[in-house]
Design a protein around this ligand. Structure first.
Ligand code: CO
Length: 167
């Protein structure tokens, strides 16, 4: 496994459509394993392949509801059901130092394939639902800022960071 560089806003790779994964081969597994390491190192809750410069439909989401946290691997994911609504602060590893209020569904059901090409469905709520939506957006070149109703001020961001450190 190896850490990969996280692409930052300004790089066109973040604005492109990702291609479907068709070969569930060792190369894909290496990409996923590297993304797992990169996600854990980053302290974020999700990572999409374009964020490491790869235009493939691959997403990882950290499930923080289970201890120890598990990483959900989603290949060719699609949102098939949503329910309810939540509004809260959101940021992105590719857009450092920027946070904004984004409205997302409260519950999201995703259909995807695992690293061996087997189809499965997974449901998430709250932070996990938010992360599913945010990361799957990356696969169509959509950054969270598109959905922001209000950007947080410097003071609000500092309060948010302090809150997270207390946990
Ligand atoms: Co992001």
């Amino acid at each position: 496994m190896a850490l990969r560089n996280i692409v930052k806003k300004g790089d066109d790779v973040l604005l492109k459509n990702c291609r479907e994964v068709k070969d569930f081969n060792p190369r894909l597994h290496k990409l996923i394993d590297d993304m797992r390491e990169t996600l854990l190192d980053s302290g974020g809750v999700g990572l999409a392949a374009p964020q490491v410069g790869v235009l493939r439909r691959v997403v990882l989401v950290l499930d923080t509801k289970v201890e120890p946290n598990e990483i959900i691997e989603l290949i060719n994911p699609e949102i098939i059901e949503t329910e309810g609504e939540q509004e809260g602060p959101e940021g992105c590893l590719s857009v450092p130092g920027v946070w904004g209020i984004v409205k997302r569904p409260m519950r999201v059901k995703v259909r995807a394939q695992n690293r061996f090409g087997e189809t499965f469905e997974v449901e998430g709520e709250e932070l996990t639902a938010r992360a599913f939506c945010h990361e799957i957006d990356h696969l169509s070149g959509v950054l969270f800022e598109t959905h922001v109703s209000r950007f947080l001020s410097q003071e609000e961001m500092e309060a948010l960071y302090a809150e997270n450190e207390e946990e």
